[in-house]
Design a protein around this ligand. Structure first.
Ligand SMILES: Nc1ncnc2c1ncn2[C@@H]1O[C@H](COP(=O)(O)OP(=O)(O)OP(=O)(O)O)[C@@H](O)[C@H]1O
Ligand SMILES: [Mg+2]
Length: 275
């Protein structure tokens, strides 16, 4: 199979987000990747120097910061949404998949942005301040958990149904219910369980379900049948994938998760800087 990143060999894509900096360096064999907390700017600069690329393509909210720090190494600044729209089909191709001509591309990062992509041209059509940052913040507050990996693993072992109030809890009699009984009626409104794993699962569903509802409506408005979810929030996080999958089905949409989707912006920046 041909290497979809071949034109960008030697160009280091750097996506400096609010929480994590993603590095992606295309090579003849594939891509080398790394994630470093954005707050650790010295470590980011050290990695860039150590990887010794020919040049740098920077994107994300903090991308412009790099230009001043690269003493001599050329830096191209790439608009974030263009980078994402370029990166997604390349990552899909790398994984042996193909994206349709029209789809929604969702960056579920610290916050959430939703792009409508038509023939690889992206337009931001919506977003939400619910995102991975919400998970980290509420995870700390409710469960005293600092590590994202620990929170995601805990959520996978939990069951939100004893925390959230379901339609079936309200329509509990034998008669007809106007809505499916296992539908969530109100996040955190039952609280029959305060087990950390159940709270973690309910938290993952609070963010995932609402993002999926927003994206389902936007997909309907845009005439898209596939929603491609990317961002570091999907790292080892099957509980989040599962809720997005489920809710997308209500809209007759397919939720897709790209391997290495966290690096969508970094890969796309490198590819766009190559042309
Ligand atoms: N090692 C980690 N450290 C911190 N957060 C992590 C880690 N792994 C996954 N996450 C999750 O990923 C989220 C960040 O995702 P991502 O890197 O896509 O966002 P970002 O680019 O930093 O933010 P934005 O795009 O909103 O500026 C965090 O909020 C957290 O929920
Ligand atoms: Mg980002």
């Amino acid at each position: 199979m041909s290497n979809p990143f071949s034109t960008a060999v030697g160009i280091l894509g750097v996506d400096l987000g609010a929480t994590l900096c993603k590095l992606a360096l295309p090579s003849e064999d594939g891509i080398r990747t790394a994630q470093i907390p954005t707050a650790d700017f010295d470590a980011i600069l050290a990695s860039i120097r150590e990887w010794a690329p020919q040049r740098v393509a920077a994107t994300g909210g903090g991308g412009a910061r790099l230009t001043a720090e690269m003493d001599g190494l050329p830096v191209t600044n790439v608009p974030e949404f263009s980078a994402w729209a370029r990166g997604a089909p390349l990552l899909a191709e790398h994984g042996g998949e193909k994206l349709p001509d029209r789809y929604l591309l969702v960056s579920l990062g610290t916050g959430t942005s939703v792009l409508s992509v038509i023939d690889e041209v992206a337009q931001r059509v919506g977003g939400s301040a619910l995102g991975g940052g919400t998970l980290l913040g509420l995870g700390k507050l409710l469960l005293r958990i600092d590590s994202f990996a620990d929170l995601a693993a805990l959520a996978e072992r939990g069951d939100r149904r004893s925390v959230d109030l379901l339609v079936g809890d309200i329509y509990s009699g034998p008669g007809d219910s106007p809505l499916p009984r296992d539908l969530n009626a109100a996040h955190f409104a039952k609280l029959d369980s305060e087990l950390p794993e159940d709270i973690a699962h309910a938290l993952m569903c609070l963010v995932g379900e609402n993002i999926a509802l927003i994206c389902g409506e936007l997909a309907r408005a845009q005439g898209a049948r596939e929603i491609v979810y990317c961002g570091s929030t999907f790292a080892e996080n099957p509980a989040l994938e599962s809720i997005l999958d489920q809710v997308s089905g209500f809209y007759s949409c397919q939720a897709r998760f790209l391997e290495d989707g966290a690096f969508c912006g970094a890969v796309g920046a490198a590819a766009l800087a190559a042309v």
